[in-house]
Design a protein around this ligand. Structure first.
Ligand SMILES: [Zn+2]
Length: 124
């Protein structure tokens, strides 16, 4: 209690030794720091004892990873297919996967259609 260490500053790049990745500080509290991946904007929490200031090499690696991530997304026409899935997604996928094994092409087609409808309704 009452640790007097100054917290990391917002925007500072830290290396999370536990996850072996670099993150940008977006907040901190109670011995923990919230980091954001420079690549994808993904956030996670790390303990202050697990992080150290990123070296120039860490920062460079993170920037390269970010550039790769962005160019991959820009060139991939399939990016829109990568979105969140829910229980229903998984259920439809499972039934569609099982249908051909059961020799039922009608079910497979119906499930493909159901998935299209579901995606439009539940994941616009
Ligand atoms: Zn879904």
């Amino acid at each position: 209690m009452g640790g007097s260490l100054p917290g990391p500053e917002q925007g500072e790049l830290l290396f999370d030794a536990r996850r072996e990745r670099v993150g940008e500080v977006v907040g901190s509290s109670q011995g923990r720091v919230t980091l954001r991946s420079p690549a994808g904007g993904q956030r996670w929490e790390a303990y202050l004892c697990d992080v150290r200031p990123a070296t120039a090499q860490d920062a460079l690696r993170a920037r390269v990873a970010a550039a790769n991530y962005q160019s991959r997304n820009a060139t991939s026409g399939n990016a829109v297919l990568v979105r969140s899935v829910c229980e229903e997604c998984l259920d439809i996928k499972r039934r569609r996967a099982e249908a051909p094994a059961a020799g039922d092409r009608g079910v497979a087609m119906a499930m493909t259609e159901a998935m299209g409808v579901h995606l439009r309704v539940a994941h616009p």
